[in-house]
Design a protein around this ligand. Structure first.
Ligand code: TRP
Length: 454
């Protein structure tokens, strides 16, 4: 392998947008607003911010250190840096986790395409709330229709991946991310201008510490990790394409700020709109796929063209956000096959595309015809989500912190963080302290909480 010849992202802004593209996804647009709304609004956001900046960012930097130091995707990076010691399994575990997330994440990503299609063909007009519920249930449990969209979504991801690191991943992020920023801002402004939107804003922004308990704190940490793509080597794989002059701290902070910005704006789209028409902010998938089209219809009942435009833009936004995330998940496994088995990129990508499509098919059917087959009482879709997000991510996150904090030589870590001694990075001792002690303990707490052991 010619590690020195590894491709790099071409520009500083490209590097930031690619990493932010991985972070900004379905996690920001449906999970964050719901979590924030249910856990005391502004109080949750404050704790979330603390988690992003105190715990999350150091781990992001740690993943960057691993990827750029090894100049290899996650699967191989641990192997290279540990000289083949059992640490290499952390990398393999990360690849496997990413591959599984890609499978079921693509199913939901595919749903966004169906909703763009429905929004474009104007079928939302005149539907009642119960018709929206029925529409979502019929679609998501249909044996074939979601598979078609899943296939298209996986294909779109594949198409970007085979174009390569600079021409595919970097170029697509540079085009999609600015559009995404404009869309979130436009939609948030529309939503805030609705009558009675203040109720939604205060729901999201009014400090209410009465709801804060340890569960909120741990929930906020979990959300911060999922949302920033921490814990399975997405970020270290991308970091293997960083150039020697990419400043790891600044890149991490930019990603944290962009990710948080989009999450907060997504809340500002969803809650004012929902409260404006008196719809209760509901949990998870239904908020995005049932409540929201309903909200747009009711909010702009006098102006159908606005309802139409908002629906199309919103699902377009969701699809873009999901796509930049599936690209990052796909790249982890593709780069692994490429680095480890020297498969040509195209061939590696075909394997991963085929494999993730298969997992997607099973996850999708698990919501309909195959819902009777269960693992630990959950259908395959829910089981995958639970196992990857709630068990694998925290576990890999702890291992990343321990690897960088205790296994790598502190001089080497410092060398990487300071761009080989060319930057001062005075925060280094704080970073190292967090990575050694605070992060492993913090993640351990999330882990136990999510497993219900705390
Ligand atoms: N962060 C993305 C989101 O918010 C999802 C995602 C992409 C992810 N890559 C990841 C989550 C790696 C965990 C690990 O939707």
């Amino acid at each position: 392998m010619h590690h020195n010849e590894r491709v790099n992202f071409g520009s500083k802004i490209g590097t930031i947008l690619v990493a932010a593209g991985s972070a900004v996804g379905l996690g920001n647009i449906w999970r964050f607003p719901y979590e924030a709304g249910n856990h005391g609004g502004a109080a949750f956001i404050l704790i979330y911010l603390a988690c992003v900046f105190i715990l999350g960012l150091p781990i992001v930097i740690a993943e960057f250190v691993i990827g750029r130091r090894a100049k290899a995707s996650t699967g191989e990076a641990f192997n290279i840096l540990s000289g083949g010691k059992p640490w290499k399994w952390v990398g393999y575990l990360g690849v496997l986790t990413g591959f599984m997330i890609l499978g079921y994440y693509s199913v939901v990503a595919g749903w966004t395409l169906e909703y763009i299609y429905q929004a474009l063909s104007g079928t939302f007009f005149g539907k009642s709330s119960s018709e929206f519920i029925q529409m979502f249930q019929e679609f998501s449990t249909h044996p074939l229709r979601p598979l078609l969209w899943l296939f298209l979504f996986v294909l779109a991801t594949h198409f970007v991946i085979v174009k390569g690191v600079q021409k595919g991943i970097e170029r697509s992020s540079k085009m999609m991310m600015p559009v995404l920023f404009i869309l979130v801002v436009v939609l948030a402004v529309c939503s805030i201008m609705l009558p009675n939107s203040e109720k939604g804003i205060s729901f999201l922004l009014k400090l209410d510490f009465s709801k804060v308990n340890s569960e909120v704190f741990l929930g906020a940490m979990g959300q911060a990790f999922f949302s920033m793509s921490i814990g399975m080597g997405c970020l270290s794989t991308y970091a293997s394409y960083f150039s020697r002059t990419t400043r790891l701290s600044h890149t991490a902070i930019s990603v944290g700020l962009i990710d948080t910005f989009v999450a907060v704006l997504a809340g500002l789209i969803i809650f004012p709109a929902a409260f404006s028409v008196g719809v209760n902010p509901d949990a998870g998938p239904s908020l995005i796929f049932i409540t929201l089209p309903n909200v747009f219809q009711q909010a702009f009942s006098d102006l159908p063209i606005l309802a139409y435009t908002c629906s199309v833009l919103f699902y377009g936004l969701l699809a873009l956000a999901a796509l930049t995330s599936t690209i990052s998940l796909h790249e982890v496994s593709t780069a692994f096959l490429h680095d480890k088995f020297s498969l040509p990129r195209k061939q590696a990508a075909c394997f991963i595309t085929g494999g993730s499509f298969l997992i997607g098919v099973v996850s999708s059917l698990a919501l309909g015809d195959w819902s009777d087959y269960t693992i630990a009482g959950m259908n395959f879709f829910d089981a995958l989500d639970y196992f990857t997000a709630k068990i694998m991510l925290p576990l890999c996150g702890i291992l990343v912190a321990l690897f960088v904090g205790w296994y790598l030589k502190p001089e080497d870590v410092k060398d990487e963080v300071t761009n080989y001694g060319t930057l001062r990075e005075r925060f280094f001792p704080v970073f190292f302290l967090i990575i050694r002690y605070i992060a492993p303990v913090g993640i351990f707490l999330i882990f136990m909480n999510e497993l219900g052991l705390l």
